[in-house]
Design a protein around this ligand. Structure first.
Ligand SMILES: *Cc1c(COP(=O)(O)O)cnc(C)c1O
Length: 494
C-alpha cells in the first residue's frame, strides 16, 4: 500500500506547475521552491518507507507519527494536499527575513540582543528620506564642491556635550580603538586595574588596547586606585591617561578611584592627555526617572577631560554609532587617522543621529526618544495600562488565559546602570494546559515574535518596553494560543 504511494509521488516538475508553488516562486524564485519541494518529497519518501517497513512487519524505531502520515496520504489527492500544506509552511518560514521585527515585552529597555534602541519617529523619517534620495553626504552645497561627511552632526554634538569638536564612528568599540590608536600607538596608556572591563560579547579593554598598538600600563588594585598610582607610572613612553566607565558592574564597599578633577590636574601637570570611555553616553540627567549612577557626558568634558567616547544606541537612544568628543586638536588627529575611513558611518546613521540629537536640543527627548520615554514612564501609568491589558486578555481569550497584575522591576540593560531597578507593573499570564515556557515559546513563534520573561510558571509581560500599538498584536497572539487544540480529523470520525 505505502509502496504504491511511494511510486506514485508526483514529479518535481509537476509540483512546480501547481498554483501554490507558482505563487511561492514569485516570492522566493523558482530555484528556491524547487529545493523546498525536493526536500519535502525526500521527507515524504522517508516517512512512507517507514510505514512500509511497519506493514511488512520489519521493526524500526517509531516515533508514533506513522498512522498520521498514513492517513494524511491515503489518496493521491490527499497526497497533493499534504504537499501543498507543507510547502506553504516551509514557504512562510523561508519568506520571513532573517532580520525581523520583534516585540520586546521583557522590560529590558536597551536589550542588546533585541537591537538596543528603537528609533524616534523623527529619526526614522530622516533616515527614510535620505535612504530614498541622493544627499549632500560629502558635498558642500554652498561652494558646489566636494565636502566632508564628518561635518554632519559635528557642531550639534559639540553644542550638546560642550566640547570643541566631535566625530562619529561605527560604534563605541570603534571609537575607543580610534582614540587609542591615534593618541597612543607605540606608547603606553595608564589605566586602573579596577577599570579593565569586559562588556558583553567580546569588548575587552586589554584586547582593544593591544589591537590599537598601545601598551597597557595597569596601576592600582581591583578595588582601589589613587591618583598617586597614575603619577608614579608616568614615564617618557606614556601617551594617555585612560578612564573607563565600568558600565555593566559595580565594585562596592572599600573602593576608591581618583576624582575627575584629580586626573585632569595630573594631565595638566604632566602634559599627557586624558581619555574617558563613558560607555552608555548619557546626555540628559536621568535621576528624575530613577537612573542615578550614570555619568553625564557633559560633566567629564566640563571637568577638563581631553576626549571622551560613548555609544549612540545605548542611553542616548539613537542609531548604532560611537561618538568621540573633545579638543579640536585631538578630533582633527582622529579625523586624519587612516583607520577613520574603515570605521566611519554611513548616511543613514548620520540622518538618524542628527534627528535624534535635534530632539535633545529641542528639550523633547523625554517624550520623543523611545528609550528615555520608557525610563520616564511612571509606575501609576504602567499600572493602569497593565490593569486594562489584563481585562482585555481575559475577555479576548474568554478566560482561557489567566492574567493578573503584579509588582516587579524593569531594568536599563545594554550594560548600563546595572543597579537600577525601575518599579513596574507586570502582566502575569498563565494557562491550565500550557507551562510558562510553552506560552513563551508560542509567543516567540508568532508572526511578529513576542519576547517575554518567564518566572515561577508565569509568562511575564512588562508593558514598559511595549509600544501602545503593539498591545493589540500581543492580544491577538494570546487569543491564538488560547484556542482549544482542534481534534485530529481521524478521531472525529471515530
Ligand atoms: C558598551 C560599551 C562599549 C562598546 O560600545 P558599542 O557601542 O557596543 O561598541 C565600550 N565601552 C564601554 C564602557 C561600554 O559600556
Amino acid at each position: 500500500m505505502a509502496n504504491e504511494r511511494l511510486r506514485s509521488l508526483p514529479s518535481i516538475e509537476r509540483l512546480l506547475a501547481r498554483p501554490a508553488a507558482a505563487r511561492l516562486a514569485a516570492q522566493l524564485g523558482r530555484d528556491r521552491v524547487r529545493d523546498l519541494l525536493r526536500d519535502i518529497l525526500d521527507n515524504l519518501r522517508k516517512e512512507l518507507s517507514e510505514v512500509r517497513s511497519q506493514e511488512s512487519g520489519v521493526e524500526i524505531s517509531t516515533n508514533g507519527d506513522h498512522e498520521e502520515v498514513d492517513s494524511a496520504l491515503r489518496t493521491p489527492h490527499a497526497l497533493l494536499y499534504e504537499i501543498d500544506r507543507r510547502l506553504e509552511a516551509r514557504g512562510d518560514q523561508a519568506a520571513r527575513p532573517s532580520l525581523q521585527c520583534v516585540i520586546n515585552a521583557t522590560g529590558v529597555i536597551i536589550h542588546t540582543n533585541l537591537g538596543r534602541a528603537p528609533l524616534a519617529r523623527e529619526a526614522i523619517a530622516a533616515l527614510t528620506d535620505v535612504a530614498a534620495n541622493y544627499s549632500n553626504l560629502e558635498y558642500d552645497l554652498e561652494r558646489g564642491e566636494r565636502g566632508h561627511r564628518e561635518a554632519h552632526c559635528q557642531e550639534q554634538l559639540s553644542r550638546l556635550v560642550g566640547s570643541e569638536a566631535a566625530i562619529v564612528a561605527n560604534n563605541n568599540a570603534a571609537a575607543v580603538m580610534l582614540v587609542l590608536n591615534t593618541l597612543a600607538e607605540g606608547g603606553e596608556v595608564i589605566v586602573s586595574r579596577g577599570e579593565l572591563i569586559e562588556i558583553g560579547g567580546s569588548f575587552r579593554i586589554p584586547d582593544v588596547m593591544e589591537k590599537s598598538g598601545a601598551r597597557l600600563r595597569e596601576v592600582g588594585t581591583t578595588n582601589r586606585t589613587r591618583i598617586g598610582d597614575y603619577e608614579r607610572a608616568i614615564n617618557d613612553q606614556t601617551r594617555l591617561l585612560l578612564r573607563v566607565h565600568p558600565s555593566n558592574y559595580r565594585i562596592i564597599g572599600f573602593t576608591e578611584r581618583p576624582a575627575l578633577a584629580e586626573l585632569v590636574d595630573l594631565s595638566r601637570r604632566s602634559g599627557i592627555p586624558t581619555f574617558e570611555d563613558l560607555g552608555s553616553g548619557c546626555l540628559l540627567d536621568l535621576a528624575p526617572y530613577g537612573v542615578k549612577d550614570e555619568p553625564l557626558v557633559g560633566e567629564s568634558l566640563n571637568a577638563g577631560i581631553s576626549v571622551v567616547s560613548f555609544s549612540g544606541d545605548k542611553l542616548l537612544g539613537g542609531p548604532q554609532s560611537g561618538i568621540i568628543a573633545g579638543t579640536r586638536a585631538i578630533i582633527d588627529q582622529v579625523r586624519q587617522n587612516p583607520l577613520m575611513r574603515a570605521l566611519r558611518v554611513d548616511k543613514l546613521t548620520y540622518a538618524a543621529l542628527e534627528a535624534t540629537l535635534r530632539l535633545y536640543e529641542r528639550g523633547v527627548a523625554p517624550v520623543r526618544v523611545p528609550v528615555i520615554r520608557a525610563m520616564a514612564a511612571s509606575f501609576a501609568e504602567l499600572g493602569e495600562r497593565a490593569a486594562r491589558f489584563c481585562d482585555l486578555v481575559m475577555q479576548i481569550t474568554q478566560g482561557r488565559m489567566r492574567a493578573a497584575v503584579e509588582d516587579g522591576d524593569s531594568v536599563i540593560g545594554g550594560g548600563a546602570a546595572p543597579e537600577v531597578k525601575l518599579p513596574t507593573a507586570l502582566v502575569a499570564i498563565s494557562n491550565e494546559a500550557l507551562s510558562a515556557s510553552a506560552i513563551a515559546e508560542r509567543l516567540r513563534a508568532y508572526a511578529i515574535p513576542i519576547i517575554v520573561r518567564t518566572e515561577r510558571d508565569r509568562a511575564l509581560i512588562d508593558l514598559r518596553t511595549v509600544a501602545t500599538d503593539e498591545e493589540a498584536v500581543i492580544l491577538d497572539a494570546l487569543a491564538a494560543i488560547a484556542q482549544p487544540v482542534a481534534l485530529p480529523a481521524a478521531s472525529v470520525e471515530a
